[in-house]
Design a binder for this molecule. Sequence first.
Ligand code: PMP
Length: 395
Amino acid sequence: MSIYLDNQAAKPVDVRVMAEMTLFFNEKFANPASLHCDGDIATDILEKSREKVANFINAPNSSDILFTSGATESNNLGVIGAARRLKKKGNHIIISEIEHISILNIGKYLEREGFRVSRVGVDRFGKIRLDKLERLITDETILISISTASNEVGTLQPTAEISKIAQEKGVLFHTDAVASESMIPIDVQEVPIDLITLSSNDIYGPRGVGALYLKKGVRVNPIIIGGGQERGMRSGSENIPGIVGFAKAAEIAKKEIPQESEKLKILRDKLIKNVLEIPKSHLNGHPEERLPHNAHFRFDYIEGESLILTLKEHNIAAATGSACSSKTLEPSHTLIAMGLLHEEAHGSLLVSLGRTTRETDIDGLIEVLPDQVKRLRKLSPLTPSDLLKKYEEVK
Ligand code: PMP
């Protein structure tokens, strides 16, 4: 069995969620669009599930939730759909320099469609520069899209302040809440947000299902055209087993987030404390205002990829950064935006904890990591001779 510490890339489906879904594959499998009794049963479960997902973020109406195929689609529908809908009002959109790759690429796509897209910067901890954000807003600005937390370095963003700025300026605010939704409660009645991207897997539901929350009165142009399901904004027969699983996962998460984030924070802090004892190691992101299940490190003189492969040999699964950007050889756009040099941005290790993480997993990593960092540094031409000498002395 491997030690799995890559929960931000994928999470296991909770067994309670799996149990809830089974019936809807081959017993209660009807299409909610059908007019017969079985279709009515499917409609009933679809709407009950919508209520549970709405309740997860304290949305006042279940109809505020549109089901999609996942976070990438929700980001596309939320940002492209809102931009196209508001095109007559203005053509300027603001995202941040450290968004998930799906939002970054949507930004480039909208530029090709004639929109002007600004990218607000962050400070050295990865926090959005609110002063810069405010200055970027013009009469042409129609939408701001900034995630609730960095999916890489874990820094929490000032979502309430961004929401206030957006409201004052009459600009829509979309947030991708995927990185934080399993750890930080969302309450749209407390912090008003116009559009929110949610993913099922990130709260231990099945993959291939997600949602877009739309505040009452907010509409988006559909990007998938078909039979007009989901209030005409997202066509295609609803994925009922997936939606049932997502709803169960949301119900569980709503109840368990407080204890779970407390538990993971303790394990995460133990990890950080021990890892930072390794010479020339650093924690990326904000030291306190960060996701409770995220630890993102940097080790001078070695490459993140070599470290991941070394850990793999010890049956430990971790990452260098976002799984969705792992195939590029470019250094992380998030670390570069935070002001790190290219060579610094290459030595990263992203450890993400989850519901199944035990203290023994953290101990396992703590046991292996210092020696492996030392081993790789001994092989690296970048390691300075005084550090190598120190390593020889303690042998
Ligand atoms: N947004 C964020 C913050 C993510 O981490 C991910 C990947 N888990 C996505 C969007 C895209 O999710 P998916 O690949 O499930 O569509």
